[in-house]
Ligand binder design. Structure first.
Ligand code: MN
Length: 234
């Protein structure tokens, strides 16, 4: 096979405790999956099925601690937001999977950031247009190493929090998710066949806010690798 220009590297994420890397196929994201965050976004997640959007695989920025990742302040925004999220890494194919079987698809978990151009997202939302330019852009998905489910067990609770420049911005517990991991995957597989290499960002707790160039973000989920990034000028 020949190509008109060189092939780019497949996006990959380190797998904790090994030399393997997880090749990324597709990045799915869940909207409004913590009640308090749904309220701060002007909605009520408690009675609705989850909804989904995507990021391109090449938005993934793998960060291997103790390194601090660097992402550029993106184009065309003046309100660039952090959203800390539990990320599910998919290891087996599955479609129309029942919640009771959905956990079988899980390869592991990681700490991730759903970075968002909030001004563009809200502008599109008000015009009933797709969210893409608010959510899908270069370096929009920093992620720490993936921990295999054999190591972590099934994650149902644990602290999830984010500090910016040492000050707590987001704090919650995985137990507060409106739709837990099995139900999120069950819903998602009604619309898509999940495949090995897929990542699923599972929504953010309350406290989202803006960051600017020079800010340092430290993301923590109990039992997983820390994720630290610095925003650099565009
Ligand atoms: Mn999000």
């Amino acid at each position: 096979m020949t190509y008109p220009f060189p092939l780019w590297d497949l996006p990959t994420v380190p797998i904790a405790g090994s030399d393997f890397r997880f090749p990324v196929r597709h990045v799915y994201c869940v909207g409004r999956n913590y009640a308090e965050h749904a309220k701060e976004m002007g909605g009520d997640a408690s009675r609705e099925p989850p909804f989904f959007f995507s990021k391109p695989a090449d938005a993934v920025v793998p960060v291997l601690p103790p390194a601090v990742g660097r992402i550029r302040y993106p184009l065309a925004t003046s309100n660039f937001h952090h959203e800390i999220e539990l990320v599910i890494a998919i290891g087996k194919a599955g479609v129309q999977v029942a919640p009771e079987r959905a956990i079988e698809l899980v390869f592991g978990y990681a700490t991730g950031l759903d970075m968002t151009r909030r001004d563009l997202q809200h502008d599109m939302r008000e015009k009933k247009r797709p969210w893409d330019i608010g959510k899908s852009f270069a370096q929009a998905a920093p992620i720490a190493p993936i921990h295999r489910v054999a190591e972590t067990g099934v994650l149902t609770q644990g602290a999830i929090r984010l500090d910016v420049n040492g000050a707590r911005r987001q704090q919650g517990d995985l137990a507060d998710m409106v739709w837990d991991v099995p139900h999120t995957l069950a819903f998602l597989t009604q619309y898509y066949e999940l495949l090995p290499g897929d990542l699923v960002f599972t929504g953010t707790p309350a406290g989202v806010g803006a960051v600017v160039a020079g800010d340092r973000l430290d993301a923590h989920i109990d039992g997983l690798s820390e994720l630290s990034i610095e925003i650099v000028p565009s």
